[in-house]
Ligand binder design. Structure first.
Ligand code: SF4
Length: 345
């Protein structure tokens, strides 16, 4: 990450100094306020994987400004999204803070601290304008990380002469123009090209697969890289998994118990209609945890990214629910679509 500067806004008013340098605004003032309001004696902090190493520093800063009787607990559970709240810690603390994602579902109990990136996005938008965007219309989407710059990007594109199409997706998304790794509903717009501003390989791939009729231009502002989404290799990987599962008899159907990753209807439908399908419940879905199950293939109804990003790491083919239907002959192979997730809990 290139963000070296950080905001101290959260402590400026308290007169406290920070023990550690921070790149982001952890909004400690909001946490302190909630502790006072609720007369809390336990505060739970949850960080996504990429920010866990910062947990102890944030806890240090908090302990310095909170009353002495308040205990700060840090979640050690894996966390990859706002769909993935540590409900155990949430139940056992008076204030629960989820860092790094925008809310999937608001609750009085939870404080969401999104931790926006402060990287300048406009140079990569300019590159997209110069090198890849065509015509007069463009759709604009980004990840939660750059959501704070969304209006700036829109205005910049408008100033360059584009009509910018945006929309808020469905309930799973907080902001207009926001996409998740499992939900691209905000890209259902009336334009032949979409500018995706953000990092990573899989978000824009999912976007391109969900909207095969559109050109998806990927502008990564952190690494200053501009690319066009190419789904071919990814599709080959998915076709491979489906083919390998076509002879399967026993299917392990995974129902994920993480709060925002459960798709019960889909899991139930499979086991209701197939006596050789077994429902397996679990929170974290990993190759190690599935290795001891004697199955020919698995169907993942939890986070779609587990299937697509980690699929090749499992000892048996890992399918999306639709890929399962293709493997057992209920749908044709060319119907294959990206697995998306809608709704919350
Ligand atoms: S279910 Fe969606 S929001 Fe949750 S980790 Fe997976 S891709 Fe991200």
């Amino acid at each position: 990450m290139s963000q070296e500067s950080y905001s101290e806004g959260d402590l400026r008013n308290t007169g406290m100094s920070l023990k550690h340098d921070r790149e982001w605004d952890y909004e400690l003032d909001r946490i302190v306020e909630a502790v006072e309001e609720r007369d809390a004696d336990k505060v739970g902090l949850q960080f996504p994987e990429g920010l866990k190493r910062r947990g102890p520093r944030v806890a240090d800063d908090l302990r310095e400004i909170l009353p002495e009787n308040v205990t700060v607990l840090i979640s050690g559970q894996p966390c990859y999204g706002a769909c993935d709240l540590d409900t155990f810690l949430m139940r056992r603390t008076d204030v629960f803070v989820h860092f790094g994602h925008s809310p999937m579902k608001e609750s009085d109990k939870i404080i969401y601290v999104p931790l926006f990136s402060n990287v300048d996005v406009l140079p990569s938008v300019d590159r997209a304008i110069d090198e890849e965007l065509e015509g007069d219309d463009v759709g604009l989407v980004t990840t939660a990380q750059h959501m704070n710059r969304f209006e700036e990007m829109r205005e910049h594109l408008e100033d360059a002469g584009y009509t910018v199409h945006t929309r808020k997706g469905d309930d799973r998304l907080t902001h207009e123009g926001q996409v998740l790794g499992c939900n691209y509903a905000s890209a259902d717009i009336d334009a032949d090209q979409i500018l995706y501003v953000g990092g990573g390989k899989f978000h824009p791939l999912g976007l391109a697969m969900e909207h095969p009729d559109k050109k998806v231009v990927i502008a990564d502002p952190v690494n200053n890289v501009l690319t066009i989404a190419d789904t071919e290799k990814f599709m080959k990987q998915r076709y491979g998994a489906v083919h390998r599962a076509m002879d399967a008899e026993k299917f392990g159907v995974i129902f994920c118990t993480k709060i925002g990753q459960g798709r019960w209807d889909q899991a139930e439908e499979i086991v209701d209609n197939n006596d050789n399908a077994y429902l397996i419940t679990m929170d974290e879905v990993t190759p190690d945890r599935l290795r001891n199950f004697d199955m020919d293939a698995f169907v993942n109804t939890g986070c779609p990214r587990i299937t697509t990003d980690d699929g090749p790491r499992f000892h048996k083919p890992m399918l999306t629910p639709q890929e399962y239907r293709i493997a057992i002959g209920e749908e044709p192979l060319d119907a294959l679509e990206f697995d998306t997730f809608h709704g919350t809990w």
